[in-house]
Ligand binder design. Structure first.
Ligand code: GLC
Length: 423
């Protein structure tokens, strides 16, 4: 683990950045107050779904009111049908340039039509445990549950339990090379964005009809990180509803447990590749495995009831200098993949660098499976990245050089790796 001085520096800077990046106000477009943290002041000046969930977890270490407000503001995006968009453009009119850069050109004026990995119930449980606030839980549970029900009803066309994404950014690991075969192998980020524009053009006549969009089978991926958070979220809902009314109900809690177990069984039966010792996403109606070893291949480590034999295979990658044991882990693509690209990435993101939000997910897995030595190694290296380069969007796995946006808010979740869950 890091020295006391390093840990203190990381905690202090994390609190400073979360305060600096917090935005509050009143939006006339939906007549709501907002109070949330932008992912980064210049590059990402709006509210992003999974970023906000990570911010809320980080905020449990900094300011409990802010943690509650982060999720409350995210839930202002909940639609009557249960859907929650991956972007809420609260201060859009103040940031015309950033708004023009968004690849999502498909939703309503201030909201997107995409999802992001469903971290919501995990974050809700963390904020509830940290605050013990029953009224907050009672307010947040119904829209949170509605969102998981929306996912099941709209994103699982083959009813196997696994949910599907309809465009690469929905995965949160946007330009990951695992998607290349579906996108005509883009040479650089410009080609990738042009391909997404083409995809939205195809989707346009079917706007908001996700079942019809999935039936086109142009980009349909049962994606691992998405499904890992789906399972973790359902398990969190099972615990959150296990108590007394009004939030609790034994029947509801049993439903969520059974639902989570069914999705996990499907993930293992369909996505686990025994010979590679890795999980792979499935593409298309015919469920073709996308056999590139990326951070999502290891993400199921975070599932508390994963078989020990699989846990050990995944942990072996984290110890293997040929694949994921970089000096500053965990690389987003295995070091020996031909598509590993940590330096000049041609505008691509998620093609090799280490990211702190995915380090947190891996560290959670190492925590629940009792792999304390590996967890300490990753936490230590993550703190060293921050000490060397500040809170950046992502880092070079050999040198800890920082890239992408500066003062990147979700990187502050390193405080949760340092200090463990609150409450
Ligand atoms: C990038 C990431 C995405 C994140 C967004 C805001 O697009 O790939 O996961 O939500 O930035 O930080």
């Amino acid at each position: 683990m890091p020295s006391a001085a390093t840990a203190e520096f990381v905690r202090r800077e994390a609190a400073r950045i979360l305060a600096q990046n917090r935005r509050t106000g009143h939006a006339t477009w939906n007549d709501r107050d907002y109070a949330y943290v932008v992912p980064s002041p210049n590059s990402y000046p709006f509210q992003w779904f999974w970023d906000s969930c990570f911010h809320a977890i980080a905020l449990t270490h900094v300011n409990l009111d802010w943690a509650r407000e982060e999720l409350t503001t995210l839930l202002h995006g909940a639609q009557p049908n249960g859907f929650i968009p991956h972007q809420l453009l609260w201060e859009k009119d103040r940031h015309p340039e950033a708004a023009a850069r968004q690849s999502e050109k498909f939703g309503d004026r201030y909201t997107s039509s995409s999802i992001q990995p469903p971290v919501l119930a995990v974050a809700l449980e963390r904020v509830y445990r940290a605050t013990g606030d029953d009224a907050f839980l009672a307010r947040c549970l119904p829209p949170t549950i509605a969102f998981y029900r929306w996912l099941a009803a709209n994103r699982d066309p083959d009813s196997d339990g696994l949910i599907a994404i309809i465009q690469p950014d929905e995965s949160g690991v946007d330009a990951s090379p695992k998607f290349d075969p579906l996108m005509r192998y883009p040479k650089d980020n410009r080609e990738l964005v042009a391909w997404i524009d083409w995809l939205y053009g195809q989707y346009q006549p079917l706007r908001f009809d996700d079942a019809a969009i999935l039936a086109l089978d142009l980009f349909q991926v049962e994606e691992t990180i998405t499904n890992v958070f789906y399972i973790l979220g359902l398990e969190a809902l099972a615990r959150l509803t296990s108590g007394a009314p009004p939030s609790g109900s034994p029947a509801l809690s049993a439903e969520f447990s059974g639902w989570a177990a069914r999705v996990q069984a499907a993930l293992i039966a369909k996505c686990w590749d025994e010979s590679a010792g890795a999980f792979f996403d499935l593409a298309g109606n015919d469920e073709r495995p996308l056999r590139v070893r990326t951070i999502s291949s290891l993400a199921p480590l975070a599932l508390p009831t994963l078989d020990r034999a699989i846990v050990d295979r995944l942990a072996a990658h984290l110890r293997d200098p040929a694949t994921f044991a970089a000096r500053y882990p965990v690389p987003s693509v295995a070091l020996n993949e031909p598509t590993y690209m940590p330096g000049d990435a041609r505008g691509f993101i998620w093609r090799g660098p280490s990211w702190i939000n995915s380090n947190w997910l891996i560290a959670e897995g190492l925590r629940v499976h009792g792999l304390a030595d590996l967890r300490a190694t990753i936490t230590d290296a993550t703190c060293a990245m921050v000490e060397r380069s500040g809170f950046r969007e992502y880092y070079h796995p050999d040198t800890a050089e920082g890239f992408g946006s500066r003062d990147h808010s979700w990187s502050t979740i390193v405080v949760d790796m340092l200090d463990g869950p609150v409450g």
